[in-house]
Design a binder for this molecule. Structure first.
Ligand SMILES: [Zn+2]
Ligand SMILES: [Zn+2]
Length: 373
C-alpha cells in the first residue's frame, strides 16, 4: 500500500517535471539550499524538487559589490537550473540585504517580492532605492507585505512568516510552545531600527526544518521565544545575522537546538567570540559551517577550515590564533580583508525524511546528517 503510494507520487512528480518546467527536467528530489557568499551580506537560495525557488536577500549595495553579488547569486541560480526567481524575500532595508536586487533583476525575472513594509531607518541609499527603483520592479510582479502567520505558497514546502515589521507570531508553530528554559539568561543586545523589523521564516520540507530570521536582534528573539518557545526545534539554523553579537542569544540558539548552523559572516564581520561560544555550547549542535574565516574569531574561536567556504584575495600563510578586535568605525579604519575573487557557496540538500547533506563548494568536503536524532 505504502510502496504503491510512494511510487505513484514519484511518477506524478516526474510527469510534472517533464511537462511544466524545463529547469526541473533533472530528477531533483531534494530541497536544495545555496548559501551564497555575498561578503558579510545575505543571499540564501532555496530550490524545491519541482524547481520552484525562494531567494532570501540579494547581497550588497555599491557599484562593484552589487554586480559581484548579483553575479554570484546567478551562478547558484544557474547551477539549480532556474530561469526565474519565483519568490524574493527582502528581510529588511539594509544595504547588505537589498543591495544586489536591481542588478539581479536585470539578469533573471523576479516574480514575487516580499518585504516588511517601508524603510523605517532613514538613510539616503534605501530611501532613494525605495522611491525610484523598487516601485518599478514590483509593478511588473506580485508584491506582498509580510505579516507574522502568513504562509508563502511554495509547492512541497511549508514556509511560514514568524516575524515581520517588529511583530512576532503569537501562536506557537505545530508541536512548539513549551516553556523556554533559557529565558532567564537573556542579556539585551544592541539594536538599530531596521534589524528588529526583519522578515523571519520557518521552512518545513517533509520532516526537515530550517529557519532564517534575517538580522533579527536579541530583544526580538526574546519576544518570540519567551516565556514559551513558539518555534520548537530546527535541523538547520541559517544566517545567524552574520554571526554578530547583537543577535544569537541562548534564548534563541540553544532553544532551537539546531544540529547544524550555517553562518553568513564576512572576513571581518561576525564570528565574534561571544557568538561562537553560544553556538559551540548549543545542545545538540553537530557542526557550524561558515562562509568565511573572520578575523574577529581568530583561530581560537573558528571552526576547522574544511567547514569554511571562502578564503581572501590576498591569502596569508597563517591566520592569527587570537581574535583581532574590530577597529573603531570611521574613515581611518583599516579595510577588512578583501574577497572579490572566485566565491564558493555552501550547499545543503535536504531529503523529505529529514536527512540532509552539506557541501563546501571550495574543497568539496561534504557531510551527511542522518534523519532523526
Ligand atoms: Zn567572500
Ligand atoms: Zn545584515
Amino acid at each position: 500500500m505504502r510502496k504503491t503510494l510512494l511510487l505513484s507520487a514519484a511518477a506524478a512528480a516526474l510527469l510534472l517535471n517533464g511537462t511544466s518546467n524545463p529547469a526541473s527536467a533533472q530528477t531533483r528530489t531534494t530541497l536544495d539550499i545555496y548559501v551564497v557568499d555575498v561578503e558579510g551580506g545575505n543571499a540564501t537560495l532555496f530550490v524545491t524538487p519541482s524547481g520552484e525557488s525562494l531567494l532570501i536577500d540579494t547581497g550588497n549595495t555599491g557599484p562593484q559589490a552589487s554586480v559581484r553579488d548579483a553575479s554570484r547569486i546567478m551562478e547558484a541560480a544557474k547551477d539549480a537550473g532556474l530561469t526565474q526567481i519565483d519568490h524574493l524575500i527582502i528581510t529588511h532595508w539594509h544595504g547588505d540585504h537589498y543591495g544586489g536586487m536591481e542588478e539581479l533583476a536585470k539578469r533573471i525575472p523576479i516574480k514575487h517580492f516580499i518585504d516588511h513594509g517601508p524603510n523605517q531607518q532613514p538613510a539616503p541609499g534605501p530611501d532613494e532605492f525605495l522611491a525610484k527603483v523598487y516601485p518599478q520592479l514590483i509593478a511588473k510582479a506580485k508584491h506582498t507585505v509580510a505579516k507574522p502567520g502568513d504562509k508563502i505558497p511554495i509547492k512541497d514546502l511549508d514556509v511560514q512568516v514568524v516575524t515581520s515589521a517588529g511583530e512576532t507570531i503569537k501562536t506557537p508553530l505545530a508541536g512548539a510552545g513549551q516553556p523556554n528554559p533559557y529565558c532567564a539568561s537573556l542579556k539585551p543586545g544592541d539594536n538599530n531600527i531596521e534589524d528588529p523589523l526583519s522578515v523571519g521564516v520557518h521552512i518545513t520540507f517533509g520532516k526537515f526544518r530550517t529557519m532564517h530570521l534575517g538580522d533579527l536582534t536579541k530583544n526580538k528573539e526574546f519576544e518570540l521565544m519567551c516565556p514559551n518557545n513558539r518555534l520548537g526545534t530546527v535541523d538547520v539554523l541559517l544566517g545567524l545575522h552574520h554571526g554578530q553579537a547583537s543577535s544569537n542569544s541562548e534564548v534563541m540558539v540553544h532553544a532551537l537546538h539546531p544540529r547544524v548552523a550555517i553562518m553568513n559572516n564576512g572576513t571581518r564581520k561576525g564570528g565574534e567570540p561571544d557568538v561562537m561560544k553560544t553556538i559551540h555550547s548549543s545542545p545538540g549542535l553537530e557542526d557550524l559551517w561558515q562562509l568565511h574565516f573572520s578575523t574577529l574569531s581568530g583561530q581560537e574561536y573558528t571552526v576547522p577550515g574544511m567547514f569554511i567556504a571562502n578564503t581572501i584575495d590576498d591569502q596569508q600563510p597563517a591566520m592569527p590564533v587570537s581574535p583581532t578586535p574590530a577597529p573603531p568605525p570611521g574613515p581611518g579604519a583599516t579595510p577588512a580583508p578583501i574577497h572579490n575573487g572566485t566565491a564558493y557557496w555552501i550547499k545543503l540538500s535536504a531529503q523529505q525524511d529529514g536527512s540532509f547533506t552539506v557541501t563546501n563548494a571550495r574543497n568539496g568536503f561534504s557531510k551527511t546528517y542522518k534523519a532523526g536524532r
